[in-house]
Design a binder for this molecule. Structure first.
Ligand code: 5GP
Length: 183
């Protein structure tokens, strides 16, 4: 993306690349300790969790398997409704597996609470969540995020995998958009 245009589109940087990198290191250390001696399956939720999955998994000492799901949450604009449709399902049979869902952000929690229930119904040994970001002020349902990167304010954010209309995913940091972008 043209860097001058991107500069105009952004309002502020919320989390720098360095902050994200450091926090993912701490999360990976906790995951390594908790899953030592067990086989772990990381389930990434496309497309937003691509960056978190790539960076978090490379910080793990344990050799985790990886699989991906794509879900679509019906809703208007930037809000989800909790009515979720599977666009791409897992290739892996979850029976007896320790599953760690890797997510970019927990907003209302509706998508993840549906996903956890869906994966639990497949007979895994355990299902936990790792999410880089969480917006406590927006929570509509309680979701137990075992590994959370950062609690952030209830603003719409982009970057580090998160998009607005499929743009800004490749930014190495997390930031907010200038109001004119939404107009
Ligand atoms: P929830 O079901 O928790 O309300 O929403 C989860 C999904 O909504 C996330 O996986 C993400 O795709 C999208 N989402 C929620 N908040 C934001 C945000 O601030 N920025 C972006 N780009 N997507 C968001």
């Amino acid at each position: 993306m043209d860097s001058r245009r991107m500069g105009r589109d952004l309002d502020k940087v919320l989390l720098s690349a360095e902050q994200i990198d450091q926090r993912l290191g701490e999360m990976a250390a906790a995951i390594d300790a908790d899953y030592a001696g067990r086989e772990l399956l990381l389930v990434g939720v496309l497309k937003g969790a691509v960056m978190v999955m790539a960076d978090l998994s490379r910080k793990l000492s344990l050799d985790a398997r990886m699989d991906w799901m794509a879900v679509s949450s019906y809703g208007s604009g930037t809000k989800s409704s909790g009515v979720v449709r599977i666009i791409k399902d897992l290739d892996t049979d979850l029976t007896g597996r320790h599953v760690l869902i890797v997510e970019d952000i927990v907003d209302s929690g509706l998508t993840l609470s549906w996903l956890v229930a869906n994966l639990r119904s497949r007979g895994p040994a355990s299902v936990e969540i790792a999410a880089l970001l969480r917006k406590p002020s927006e929570a509509k349902v309680h979701v137990d995020v075992r590994y959370c990167g950062f609690d952030i304010p209830g603003e719409f954010v982009v970057g580090y995998g998160l998009d607005y209309d499929e743009r800004y995913r490749s930014l190495p940091f997390v930031g907010t958009l200038a109001p004119h972008v939404y107009a």
